[in-house]
Design a protein around this ligand. Sequence first.
Ligand code: GLC
Length: 436
Amino acid sequence: MKVKRKLTGRNALAGLLLLCLAATAQAQDNDNERMQWFSDAKLGIFIHWGIYAVNGIDESWSFFNEQISYDDYMKQLEGFTASGYDPQLWVDLIKGSGARYAVLTSKHHDGVALWDTKLSKLSVVDATPAKRDLIRPFVEDLRKAGLKVGLYYSLLDWSHPDYPNKTKSIKRYTSDSLRWERFVTFDFDQITELSNNFRPDLYWFDGDWEQSAERWKAPELRKMILDFNPSAIINSRLAGYGDYATPEQGLPTHRPADRYWELCMTINDSWGYQGRDTNYKSPSEVIRIFAKCIGMGGNLLLDIGPMADGTIPEQQVEVLKELGRWTTKHAPAIYGTVAGLPDGCFAGPTSMSRDSTVVYLFFPGNAGGELMLEGVKSRITKAVVVGNGTSLEVKEYLRPSWSSHAGVYFIKVPEEVLDEQMTVVSLTLDGKLQME
Ligand code: GLC
């Protein structure tokens, strides 16, 4: 009897453990499903649009770092007209670039809301000559175009009377739990407005570094968002309660440990519009960086900065257009792919079909006339220039019939099939990828 009871107890424990494991696996499945569109999308366009475009100065940081007084910074409100704002044109440009989602700054650290918030007077509707909600028409046009909607929201708000600091040296208070409570409630309420008005697919938080997860009530905020929309995605800048990592400007050299990540990068050296900044990356530079992100299984969130009237500067338009030509031509190697071969197999980025039967090799220039591929044991049944269709001859060396090691593949790519920015060759394998 005693033995039996003991066994039953053990069985119950094992059963509980299995249940837990099943629940974890289920949660993991749900997460994978939730993250799928993001992981397939590869390219997003980030838009920093705010009153800082009026003078063409650093977004919010210029007054925080006391390069300009707070009052002078806020004078820019008077010049923010949005008079030439054409959201449909923005969306055409974004879609044309090959991006599958966009992230617009709904409110930067300066606290100026781009939508008709009922919780503060500091919005483009109430405080600028633009006098209207600038987010709504953009979100509507994005949705019509089949693009996902991301909204950037700064958790910290240096303008809010209940936020502890205003600039790097002006502190409003050091500890005052009542005021802090009021501030967090304000954040939650504004985020609720964003949810109700726009139902974003992606919440892109920023500015979490000034407070702890506990102070931001990060788990509660995450829960609130997911209760509202169970398929929403949240970036990492919610004090550790997000879904994916956001390296900024620095391109990782190796595949990051995070399952999901997105490099956010400026098109020149500024997030917002700054006329003096002419240090634009060329289309070829942007494409090479983008290819590296794809090859390491990540996304690129390329930032543009429209002017105060809503015009997107010509240099930015040009980069997006050329990016669009390239992404359209090479779509199969980009969308829905996963990270490619490990380092050392090929001198350039590689991506792979999700079922790992097709490998894509990316290379600028003519790659010395012949591509060289190491460490791949699978047989290559077909090599084709993506977006061009030319079949290529594949030669294999260093692989006698008795050897179980991978050989070395050489693939000659004729000059006339090369892309002006970056060429892509697809290799169809005789099954799932087998590595040395
Ligand atoms: C930084 C900056 C901010 C910018 C953001 C974009 O966190 O604070 O100005 O909006 O990066 O990733």
